[in-house]
Design a binder for this molecule. Structure first.
Ligand code: ZN
Length: 253
């Protein structure tokens, strides 16, 4: 059977039997992949190391096309992101992005840019505990672009005005609406003016610059609610992400 060697981030790990587990890995070359890892008999050898959720690894997989579950051969740890794991906010931020990669992509649907965005975001979360929400939104802006519903934030989506004030956000068109335009459709939600500048900056900056973007708690909650509504609107089958629910409380209470 062909051996597939790839770098990957472990998105999920669950027990399959007493001696085996199933990993959901996001591979750099082939996107999301489920991998069966067989351990030794109970109490003897155990599992290969380095396979915890959020770890970045070099992995060898016995790969057979058209199969939902692949077989694990071996792995080497590239980065375990030990610093971000010491901080609940950063850990949940990282898990919230992992959940998008698990549930927002298909099996073996390559997303090299999403992989790069995920790894770069994990690296910044590991380096600094500053403004993890801004780092998350920067990652999500890259994710939604890669998943085909990127936001367009440079001007009012209705009239094209490039100057504020901002009144709301149009989920369908993926951008802001200015004060001169009407907010009347169910997919249009009011948004505070501050959010426009924040998201415009985060949409184009590097993840390390995103960590320097401070946001007031009130605006933060509104932006967080916007991302929830936006991903639910564009990925309606998913009805939101479980790991996102506790973020506002964790960030701002
Ligand atoms: Zn307008």
């Amino acid at each position: 059977m062909p051996l597939f060697k790839t770098e990957a981030v472990i998105l999920q790990s669950r027990k399959f039997s007493e001696t085996s587990k199933i990993l959901v890995a996001f591979t750099r070359e082939k996107g999301r992949m489920s991998v069966l890892v067989k351990g030794g008999r109970k109490g003897t050898k155990g599992f290969a190391g380095g396979l915890e959720t959020l770890n970045r690894v070099e992995m060898q997989i016995y790969h057979k096309g058209g199969r939902e579950l692949q077989n694990f051969k071996s792995s080497d740890l590239v980065d375990g992101y030990a610093e971000l794991r010491k901080d609940l906010k950063r850990t949940y931020t990282a898990l919230s992005l992992a959940e998008v990669a698990v549930r927002g992509t298909e099996t073996e649907d390559p997303h090299a840019d999403l992989y790069r965005a995920l790894v770069e975001t994990l690296e910044v979360l590991d380096r600094t505990g500053e403004n993890p929400w801004s780092v998350r939104w920067n990652g999500l802006l890259r994710f939604c672009r890669e998943l085909g519903f990127g936001m367009a934030l440079q001007e009012c989506r209705q009239c094209g005005s490039k100057t504020g004030p901002v009144k709301g956000f149009d989920l369908e068109r993926g951008g802001f609406l200015c004060g001169d335009c009407k907010l009347e459709k169910p997919h249009q939600m009011p948004m505070p003016g501050e959010s426009w500048g924040v998201l415009r900056f985060l949409d184009t900056c590097r993840p390390e610059a995103a960590a320097r973007m401070a946001v007031h708690a009130d605006a933060g909650r509104r932006i967080e609610a916007l991302f929830n509504a936006y991903f639910r609107y564009h990925l309606p089958g998913l009805r939101g992400f479980d790991s996102w629910k506790m973020l506002p409380q964790l960030y701002w209470e």
